[in-house]
Write a protein of this length. Structure first.
Length: 315
């Protein structure tokens, strides 16, 4: 009966897939596709590392072709290898990555989150990772980790969502890893795009000419001119005062940082400007550009040096 032929063909495909997954585990096996042609049977293998599938001098490919012909009764099998463009979007490759990380002793939660970050970083719309088995202790448990948007029922979940499964043998027992990925190029049926409104040409209406208003002329008197001259003079005086304050502030800062620590026995080696700053700090109670606390400390230092110099002169 035809139903038995379908079952037999499906069983053969499953057995070939399991054989290739075991044989090409290190090559990053990502699935296969069988195409029957009049010339023969083409087996298209998807792998992360095509070089390991081909082998040195085509040794691995020839071995696989021979096995497919003898053990699986394929007529004139031809193995073609295709590299997976984005391995992070292939659930079978990612499930095998989880297996290798768990075998190295990494914690299942850390492994799941790192794989999810890699998949979402590749542009996937959504991902779900399920790890079941003895993950926490002697009792079996199931842990699900998901991120993004992923369909779980209906036709989109069957048609668009990619699935991958793998098992790993650990000391507590066997763990099952199930990875589901929704690729970035999937367009869901409920995705609606609203068309932009079409711009229509509008007929311009003639605008009535505006009546020009008579210009009002202002009379400029001598008092206005004198006011403008006095305002300009005041602005020049303010800018000159600001420049002088900036120069004095710069000189006082230089005196505080460089010259004051070098004064020891006398102030005769100081220049005329530096000596003026020294006496000004002694006489004044504050400076406009310095806060009171900083000026107080500076004045205390100057007073101590002044008293020390006076004592040395008396002696």
């Amino acid at each position: 009966m035809i139903e038995k032929d379908f079952v037999k063909e499906g069983l053969k495909r499953t057995r070939i897939d399991e054989y290739l997954e075991t044989k090409l585990e290190r090559a990053g096996y990502g699935g296969m596709d069988i195409q029957v042609t009049p010339v023969g049977t083409i087996v298209l293998v998807y792998a992360e590392k095509p070089g390991m599938v081909i082998g040195r001098g085509g040794k691995t490919v020839r071995s696989i072709t021979k096995t497919l012909k003898n053990d699986f009764d394929l007529e004139n099998p031809q193995v073609e290898v295709k590299e997976v463009d984005v391995p992070e979007l292939n659930p079978r490759i990612m499930a095998n990555k989880i297996v290798s990380m768990l075998q190295r002793g990494m914690h299942f939660r850390r492994v799941a989150y790192s794989i999810i970050r890699r998949i979402m970083g590749a542009g996937a719309q959504g991902v779900e990772v399920t790890i079941s088995g003895k993950i926490r202790g002697s009792r079996s448990a199931c842990a699900k980790f998901n991120e993004g948007y992923i369909k779980k029922c209906g036709e989109p979940s069957i048609k668009h969502v990619k699935e991958g499964f793998a098992t790993v043998q650990l000391k507590p027992g066997v763990l099952g890893i199930y990875v589901r990925i929704m690729p970035p190029e999937v367009i869901l049926p409920d995705n609606i795009e609203i068309a932009q409104p079409v711009e229509t040409e509008t007929v311009e209406q003639p605008v009535a000419e505006e009546v020009a208003e008579p210009e009002i002329e202002e009379e400029i008197t001598g008092e206005d001119i004198l006011d403008e001259i006095s305002e300009e003079a005041e602005l020049e005086e303010i800018t000159e005062e600001e420049d002088e304050l900036g120069f004095v502030e710069e000189q006082v800062k230089k005196f505080e940082d460089e010259i004051l620590p070098k004064i020891k026995d006398s102030i005769e080696h100081l220049s005329q400007e530096e000596e003026k700053i020294f006496h000004a700090i002694l006489e004044k109670d504050e400076l406009p550009f310095m806060d009171s606390e900083r000026f107080g400390k500076l004045k205390e230092k100057v007073q101590e040096i002044h008293l020390k110099l006076n004592k040395s002169e008396e002696l």
